[in-house]
Design a protein around this ligand. Structure first.
Ligand code: HEM
Length: 445
């Protein structure tokens, strides 16, 4: 079936795709389509047909058959900006090999070595928010926070404040133009994206050269990559290292900033959860600005904090879904999906309709104390980090950042909404409040 053709039900299935209407965004639109047509329906995105898929049963099948039924389908601009050696552009065995190399950056010992760096940046940032005279835009400030963490954890070296601001501006230019028409002409979004990428590569190139010349112990992601390629005699080229750094920053920053913002918002809307979290942290001896170093093992007993973070990621998953292309014509939920069509698996709709979550619109961290939400059965009902061979590589790092951030916020600050009403949530490119979430922070004690 070609794009734009008439409905094409799978033999013996229901009578035709839901066709014709354009993707308008907004979950009520998709909810009404789902009610009419079920968990697999056709919609449109930028004038092209997309099959939107919801529900654990279908997601399990799609995500476990990556490379066979479906494959990645990034727009050309993403492929060009991230580069030919990026994970996003890799498939099959090459993808698997690259994931193994990258996975070293998220091992237990690697995460342990990142904790002091993350904590330092988070403490400085929250203190600075509290010292501000007026309200801050939490989403914009969280993007700065996650960028600073990414520079510290991935590269290690501190470029100095002026250079940091320059790098952040360049990175925002790259992110803004990542999804653009691939027209390489002066002033086009695509050209701006490529230029931003080149400036980042130039800076990363210098850091890599310095690191290659020094004998220092590596406690950064870049250092781990360099060391491991030396140890295994399979050196990553300069280009591969630079592309890896850009790709990891791109995957890490907006997603984690979205989750930080949703955490602030949910704790604002649910003061009883914040009180319970503060009490639990106090009982367990956590204090803002404490000089005692934090270790990964300190987070093991923070069950309530764990559940708060899980619930933030359930109710407002930063990534609302993932795009794939059908590699062959196949049947899903009684419908035939033609080869070459785009398929979108919806994380947000799956969370909203999962039978394991009662009253899904309510923010209730205690739901994760329930056995139904644990184990293999729950796996594809709850997937803020995706699933299958392309599941998020930085999941544990993201959760670690969120925990350090939540502890610092809850133990050291107080915050109030600076607008009359709560903002609406937008889902593209990641979940974020329409006005950025204007909040006044102050030091708690
Ligand atoms: C992939 C979510 C943070 C690195 C993914 C995917 C999701 C996701 C849903 C799968 C996308 C798909 O199926 O197409 C998130 C969320 C985060 C987060 C919600 C924060 C709360 C991070 C961080 C890093 C990272 C901190 C690394 C520093 C990656 C990479 C992939 C990925 C490299 C691609 C894996 C592959 O293609 O094999 N992430 N992510 N993410 N994520 Fe994350």
């Amino acid at each position: 079936m070609r794009t734009g053709e008439a409905p094409h039900p799978h033999p013996g299935s229901r009578s035709g795709w839901a066709v014709g209407e354009r993707e308008r965004g907004g979950s009520s639109f998709h909810a009404s389509r789902r009610k009419r047509h079920g968990n697999v329906f056709k919609t449109h995105l930028l004038g092209r047909p997309v099959v939107r898929v919801t529900g654990a049963e279908h997601l399990r099948r799609l995500l476990l058959e990556e490379h066979n039924l479906v494959g990645v389908s990034w727009p050309q601009s993403v492929q060009m900006i991230l580069g030919s050696s990026s994970l996003a552009n890799a498939i099959g065995d090459i993808h698997q090999h690259k994931r193994k190399v990258y996975a070293q950056l998220f091992s237990h010992s690697a995460l342990e070595s990142y904790v002091p760096r993350i904590r330092q940046v988070v403490m400085e940032t929250v203190r600075e928010w509290c010292a501000r005279e007026g309200p801050i835009s939490v989403y914009a400030e969280s993007r700065k926070l996650t960028f600073r963490i990414a520079v510290s954890v991935l590269l290690g070296s501190s470029p100095g404040e002026e250079k940091m601001i320059d790098l952040l501006t360049t990175f925002e230019q790259l992110t803004k133009n990542m999804f653009s028409l691939p027209l390489d002409i002066p002033g086009s979004g695509y050209r701006k994206g490529i230029q931003a990428r080149d400036r980042l590569h130039e800076y990363f190139g210098k850091v890599i050269e310095d690191m290659l010349q020094s004998d220092a112990e590596y406690s950064t992601a870049l250092g781990i990559l360099i060391q491991s390629s030396k140890d295994h005699g399979m050196g990553m080229s300069m280009q591969e290292l630079k592309e890896a750094m850009v790709e990891l920053m791109f995957a890490a920053c907006a997603t984690t900033a979205s989750a930080c913002t949703s955490l602030v918002l949910q704790l604002l809307k649910n003061p009883e959860v914040l009180t319970k979290l503060r009490t639990d942290l106090q009982i367990k001896g956590f204090q803002s600005g404490s000089a005692t170093p934090l270790r990964l093992s300190d987070f093991c007993h923070l069950r309530y904090l764990d559940n708060v973070i899980k619930e933030v990621l359930r109710l407002q998953p930063p990534v609302s879904g993932g795009y794939r292309v059908a590699l062959q014509t196949f049947e899903l939920g009684g419908w035939q999906i033609p080869k070459g069509w785009s398929v979108m698996y919806s994380i947000q709709d799956t969370h909203n309709t999962a039978p394991i979550f009662q009253q899904p619109d309510i923010f209730d961290p205690d739901r994760f104390a329930n056995d139904l939400t644990k184990g293999k059965e729950a796996r594809f009902h709850y997937l803020p980090f995706g699933g299958g061979v392309r599941r998020c590589l930085g999941k544990e790092l993201a959760k670690l950042i969120l925990k350090v951030f939540a502890i610092e916020l809850a133990t050291g600050s107080h915050w109030q909404l600076a607008t009359r009403t709560l903002p609406k949530m937008l889902m593209v490119p990641v979940a974020h409040p329409s006005d950025g979430l204007k909040v006044q922070f102050s030091a708690q004690f």
